[in-house]
Design a protein around this ligand. Sequence first.
Ligand code: AMP
Length: 197
Amino acid sequence: MSTHAPFSLCVYCGSRSGTDPAHEAAARRVGTLIGERGWRLVYGGGRAGLMGVVADATLEAGGTAVGVIPQALMSRELGHTGLTELHVVDTMHQRKQMMAERASAFLALPGGIGTFEELFEVWTWRQLGYHDQPIGLLNVAGYYDDLLAFLARSIDSGFLSTAQHELLNVGDDAAALLTQLASLAATAHRPDDYRSI
Ligand code: AMP
């Protein structure tokens, strides 16, 4: 990423909106904060669910939104056509690599298995040293409480180290968590590319 590129937050979140209105409100708040701070949203390029909410809020608040979507999802008319940039790629792997290459930091909001997979993958990449970018988890209305309890159990059971766990920045206040990620990203070493993953 050029030093002139804006701070880019890669957001993973649900392609559904969830049943609790707090989830949609949090996605809107995150998008608004990205726009207000003059940042760039990088995300999966969809228009459905929380994905569409965060992208629309970013654009409405004056930010830029970059989507990366596989052709198969685009063909099913699931892509958001009003973005600053929409990259249509061949495979999910290309998509995830392209998203990661553009990210100054990563943030997961409430979501389903797609969100879980993306969060855990980028956390694993961090643990293995493939990148140095900070990772956040926004625990909206306690949605991730059970996951966090399970992670504590994983530490107790000897499968997760405290150091690995601490690579995940958990918070319930969007503005504070975004500030924390930006501050951690300022000292992170960016890889030149992700081709070695
Ligand atoms: P999920 O949490 O299962 O709804 O999946 C959402 C995550 O998976 C997003 O962060 C996207 O990167 C990807 N994804 C899943 N469904 C879609 C879709 N319909 N359009 C674009 N991306 C999607």
